[in-house]
Design a protein around this ligand. Structure first.
Ligand code: MG
Length: 160
């Protein structure tokens, strides 16, 4: 790497929905048979955390500024599309993503069986390696009771 490099951090959390018809989508991958997440968009907390990490690294603000949940334009939005939009905004200013890494904290469902698919989907959209790992809250607090899930992400970007 020869150019300027920057790191960014992202975090997101969503509650699980009571709506049995709401699909769970994480990292652009649908988890069959799992409860979905409440959200103005599709509730993809992993895509949101990675998006925020990238926007933050470049100093472009955050997902709430660019895609406000008060705007009906983003209702039910495919969050992978928002992530792709963020990557395009970075590229526009000469930033290339080096890699990103995510930790998803959830009691259920298990992330491991979907990990390869999530990594492949996210890496494809970001244009760089995106790694994912799942952790459990060990029955502590709201996340431990399965009320929702949280995701942390870091991303490294390089100016071309
Ligand atoms: Mg979110």
């Amino acid at each position: 790497m020869n150019g300027e490099i920057r790191v960014g951090h992202g975090f997101d959390t969503h509650r699980f929905s009571d709506d049995p018809d709401r699909p769970l989508i994480l990292g652009g991958v649908q988890f069959e048979g799992a409860a979905g997440l409440v959200g103005h968009s599709d509730g993809d907390a992993v895509a949101h955390a990675v998006t925020d990490a990238l926007l933050s690294a470049a100093g472009f603000g955050d997902i709430g500024v660019l895609f406000p949940d008060t705007d009906d334009k983003w209702a039910g939005a495919d969050s992978i599309g928002l992530l792709a939009d963020a990557v395009a905004r970075l590229a526009d200013k000469g930033w290339r993503v080096v890699n990103a890494d995510c930790t998803v904290l959830t009691e259920a469902p298990r992330i491991a069986p979907h990990r390869d698919q999530m990594q492949a989907r996210l890496s494809e959209v970001v244009g760089a390696p995106v790694t994912v790992k799942g952790k459990r809250a060990e029955a502590m607090g709201a996340l431990g009771r399965g009320e929702g899930l949280a995701c942390w992400a870091v991303a490294l970007i390089e100016r071309q």
